[in-house]
Design a protein around this ligand. Structure first.
Ligand code: PHE
Ligand code: ZN
Ligand code: ZN
Ligand code: ZN
Ligand code: CA
Length: 297
């Protein structure tokens, strides 16, 4: 898998910050900064050779948008989807939540194009609207699919908050190995978790599980039996003393600017964003093409 250039991901975050600043300070559902964010991502993907589609939906009297981008080729009956919500709350620009996951995924998509990756599985990327209002965009997308179309999506990777300033490295607990929460994800979720875990093992970074608690866009996918996984670096919760031993940082909230006006480009841990971008690339390359690649150094 390629090494994802961290400077590229950061440059995209600077663009999202500028979009928010030029549009009343946010990129929220129904506000002009949201559609400008979609346009920014769409233009880059179109130029790279993706087949893109802007899907509209209505929520709370406002039009919302999902951006769906297909990479031509691969077995469409065995589609791997990679998603992130692109909307922010109204309070701020949403750079960690969720510029981070959105722009890491964008840079992985652009790396697919740059390298001419032609995996066995079909790749489809999704940027969701109105997650902050209750997973509205991802739910509208899944609900728009026929039963046959849902069956073609054989895996879903979700990235929501992957650059928290006081980061943890949490992987969605596909196998419920920690015995907490509602239980394991759909069959196949454990393989996704293990693939991401393999990457972190290769760079010597420990991980912990986080339950599928319904707080992000994997929700409508797992509700339809689609295996899922992903990374999360923490939101309003506090890092424990034991987690400080594991990951460094401080015994305080993972993201003190969660859903606040200070969730700006200053609210990013560059090391976490870099590691997680590379982990996403590793998972996409490994899961989409039979696990033939080795972890980058
Ligand atoms: N989805 C939450 C938000 O956008 C954050 C979150 C992500 C919480 C992943 C838990 C797990 O505010
Ligand atoms: Zn949020
Ligand atoms: Zn979020
Ligand atoms: Zn687990
Ligand atoms: Ca669990």
């Amino acid at each position: 898998a390629p090494d994802i250039p961290p400077a590229n991901v950061k440059a995209h975050l600077t663009q999202l910050q500028s979009i928010a600043t030029a549009n009343g300070g946010n990129r929220a559902h129904g506000r002009p900064g949201y559609l400008a964010s979609v346009t920014y991502v769409k233009n880059l993907l179109d130029a790279a050779g993706y087949t893109t589609r802007q899907q509209s939906f209505t929520y709370n009297g406002a039009t919302g948008y999902n951006l769906i981008a297909d990479w031509p080729g691969g077995d469409t009956s065995d589609t791997l989807m990679i998603g992130a919500h692109l909307d922010s709350v109204t309070a701020g620009p949403g750079i960690n939540d969720n510029g981070s996951g959105s722009m890491a995924n964008l840079e992985v998509a652009l790396a697919v194009a740059r390298t001419g990756f032609q995996p066995d599985r079909h790749l489809r990327f999704g940027w969701w609207g109105a997650e902050e209002l209750g997973l509205r965009g991802s739910t509208a997308y899944v609900n728009s699919l026929t039963t046959a179309q849902k069956r073609e999506i054989t895996g879903y990777l979700n990235f929501d908050m992957v650059g928290s300033p006081n980061p943890g490295y949490f992987l969605y607990d596909g196998d419920n190995s920690d015995g907490t929460g509602a239980g394991p994800g759909p069959a196949g979720s454990a393989q996704i978790e293990q693939t991401l875990a393999d990457y972190f093992t290769s760079i010597g970074v420990p991980t912990r599980g986080t339950d599928f608690d319904g707080r992000s866009d994997y929700g409508p996918f797992i509700a339809n039996g689609i295996p899922a996984g992903g990374i999360f670096t923490g939101a309003e919760g506090r890092k424990t003393a034991a987690q400080v031993q594991l990951w460094g940082g401080t015994a305080s909230t993972f993201d003190p600017c969660y859903h606040a006006s200070c969730d700006t480009t200053a609210n990013i841990n560059d090391t976490a964003l870099d590691r997680n971008s590379d982990a996403i690339a590793y998972a996409v390359w490994t899961l989409a093409d039979g696990g033939t690649t080795t972890p980058p150094g």
